[in-house]
Design a protein around this ligand. Structure first.
Ligand code: GP9
Ligand code: MN
Length: 634
């Protein structure tokens, strides 16, 4: 008897499975095909890119897409599958082409800003390969096949209830698996999903399809957020606030007139490394030498947010605050800006950005057009002859950049961004070239120790570059600005830094005091050298340069660094400091910098706090509503 029941059920189940397959063969075939296409895309963009674990999110994203097909039947369903297949296949072809050119993944904002990539149009034909069209071949073959299948075979359509159950099941599995993947990514790199800094890596983690969904989500949510029109009175308020904010000192006004401007943004150069020793050797001997020949600012803060390096660039070139979330370089790629290169360009300067890494990284290929650089020398303009860490070594980058600088028409503005001293600092190949090594003792093979070695390497390359600027006579006719982009030692490793510094306090104030990056301004013949202790930050460099080069830009939130009255550094999270008091926003606490102790809020401090958040809000409104577009119309 039990066997009879078993057989009965077995037969029933196998019959049902059979029926399920028969009536859903179209969904299954398209599912498998798209899986193959997405995996093959992953493999073909570069072997090192492909990691077999990406199959899980690929399947999850397809499950989500395909689950909806169960709600449809017959012709409607085939049409849905056909549309999905076509869209995904075209996306893959576009991604492949974009990758061949930019070594990056296409985004909605890149498509929106496509007009900025006009020079690239000619290259489109080169980057699309005949084989790519194989991604569309199945559509041509399978559509008529399925039409025939449905005509010939009498497929029993499952009931609406059965199909809804299947839909719910598949949709849930897809969502749960995707949610798990996203959770893992956010735990590893908290801002990666919103800032999308490293798109290749993100695609590797979540799959191509999920990447595009997240990207579209980010794009639309900012669009919606910004679609409200700003009341005219508020626009006026922001405008007049900025116009009155713009008080420059008379010091150094016009000192740069006719001179080149060479600006070097150094990857992860932190202030604590300057003039320090370990194992009897200076960590940054070359920069220390140049600190003594320059005007050196030892209370200069990085103010970056979700856009990291790109935020440092954005602030230094625009004196506008970074985006509330994500990276300004993505969100505001299509804005009108009065960036430093644009203003210097209008004064007859030749302007160029130089960085030996993927052109598409941080959306630089788009943003440098928006900022009006005449040229961008990215990875493809450099000979890839030596690698450290992420890519082209600082040694090779700076050597090749020096040769380029010598060819530039003067006066020029050259903006160089280094790369080798990038997290996690564990590639110290540069030492093979007979460079003096640093003995980091107990810190050997720790993140902190690796950083010291890494920044020691970059210091050497910067020293060689600066020395060449000097010996070639370029420095005599240039103002050189050098600064660090952001922290190197993350919060979780900060104790090693405290230990190294012998710092007893480990509170938020202590942490903030280690968020300084060096700023050096070198004048011809080492003029104006000396240490300046003024509290300032990355928002202030453009106003300072503007004053030195006679640029009139009334729409900057920072202040000329030589204007000593009313100094304040506001951070994206609302924290601020005026050099006497430090306000830490996440605990709503004020510290007296001198004594290190907490102090109560006074009406003055409260209004300073409110002013900082007002400023951040104004900057957001200005960018979200692209106010500079109408304000700068001639
Ligand atoms: C790469 C680089 C690194 O182009 O500038 O950016 P980061 O990860 O430091 O923000
Ligand atoms: Mn960086």
């Amino acid at each position: 008897m039990p066997t009879l029941i078993k057989n009965f059920f077995n037969n029933k189940i196998s019959k049902q499975i059979n029926e399920f397959f028969k009536s859903n063969i179209d969904v299954i075939v398209f599912f498998v095909i798209l899986c193959i296409k997405l995996v093959s895309y992953g493999k073909s963009i570069s072997p090192e890119y492909f990691d077999s674990s990406v199959i899980v999110p690929i399947i999850a994203s397809l499950l989500l897409l395909f689950s909806f097909s169960f709600l449809l039947k017959n012709k409607k369903r085939i049409r849905y599958l056909f549309i999905i297949d076509t869209i995904v296949s075209i996306l893959i072809i576009a991604d492949l082409a974009y990758y061949r050119y930019y070594k990056d993944i296409i985004t909605v904002s890149a498509v929106r800003d496509a007009k900025l990539l006009i020079g690239v149009k000619d290259a489109v034909a080169d980057v699309i390969k005949i084989n790519d069209f194989l991604y569309l071949a199945d559509i041509v073959i399978f559509i008529p096949l399925f039409k025939m299948y449905y005509k010939k075979i009498n497929v029993k359509v499952q009931s609406m209830i059965a199909r809804t159950v299947v839909f719910l099941m598949i949709f849930t599995i897809g969502t749960v698996v995707d949610a798990k993947t996203f959770k893992k990514v956010s735990a590893e790199q908290p801002t990666l999903l919103t800032a999308m800094s490293n798109r290749i890596y993100l695609t590797k983690m979540i799959g191509n399809l999920n990447f595009h969904i997240v990207d579209a989500f980010n794009f639309t949510s900012t669009k919606i957020k910004n679609s409200k029109k700003l009341p005219e009175s508020e626009e006026k308020q922001i405008k007049s606030y900025l116009e009155s904010n713009n008080s420059v000192s008379n010091k150094f006004s016009g000192i740069g007139k006719g001179k080149n401007l060479i600006m070097i943004q150094v990857e992860a150069l932190q202030g604590f490394a300057i003039n320090k020793q370990i194992g009897g050797k200076e960590i940054t001997p070359n920069l220390n030498k140049w600190v003594n020949k320059s005007m050196y600012f030892d209370n200069y803060f990085y103010q970056v947010a979700g856009g990291n390096t790109s935020d440092a660039e954005f602030m230094s070139l625009n004196s506008l605050y970074p985006a509330q979330s994500g990276a300004a370089y993505y969100t505001y790629g299509g804005n009108t800006l009065n960036a430093l290169p644009k203003e210097l360009g209008e004064k007859g300067y030749y302007t160029a950005a130089l960085h030996g890494y993927n052109e598409g990284f941080w959306n630089r290929n788009v943003m440098y057009k928006t900022e009006d650089f005449n040229d961008f020398f990215g990875q493809s303009k450099y000979t890839d002859d030596e690698n450290v860490g992420l890519g082209l070594s600082d040694k090779s980058f700076l050597n090749q950049s020096f040769d380029k600088l010598q060819q530039f028409k003067q006066p020029y503005f050259s903006f160089l961004i280094t790369l080798s001293s990038h997290y996690p600092f564990n590639d110290v190949k540069g030492y093979e070239n007979g460079m003096d090594t640093l003995d980091v003792g107990n810190y050997k093979n720790t993140l902190f120790g690796n950083y010291l070695e890494g920044i020691h390497y970059t210091d050497k390359q910067l020293g060689d570059f600066l020395d060449k600027l000097e010996s070639s006579g370029i420095a005599d006719n240039s103002i050189i600005v050098l600064y660090g982009d952001h922290f190197a030692i993350p919060k979780q490793n900060i104790n090693d830094l405290y230990k190294f510094e012998g710092s007893n306090s480990t509170d938020d104030l202590a942490w903030y005091q280690y968020q300084k990056v060096p700023l050096l301004i070198h004048f011809p013949k080492d003029e104006n050298k000396g240490i300046n202790h003024v509290y300032a930050g990355q928002m202030d460099i453009y106003p300072t340069i503007a004053n030195m080069f006679n640029i009139k830009n009334s729409y900057m939130f920072g202040k000329d660094i030589f204007n000593t009255s009313d100094r304040k550094v506001t951070f994206r999270n609302g924290s601020f400091t005026d050099g006497k008091v430090f306000y830490v926003s996440w605990t709503n606490t004020y510290y007296d910098i001198k004594t290190g102790s907490k102090i109560n809020e006074t009406p003055e401090l409260k209004s300073a706090k409110e002013k900082s958040s007002k400023e951040l809000e104004y900057s957001d409104e200005l960018l979200n509503h692209n106010l500079l577009k109408s304000w700068t119309k001639k």
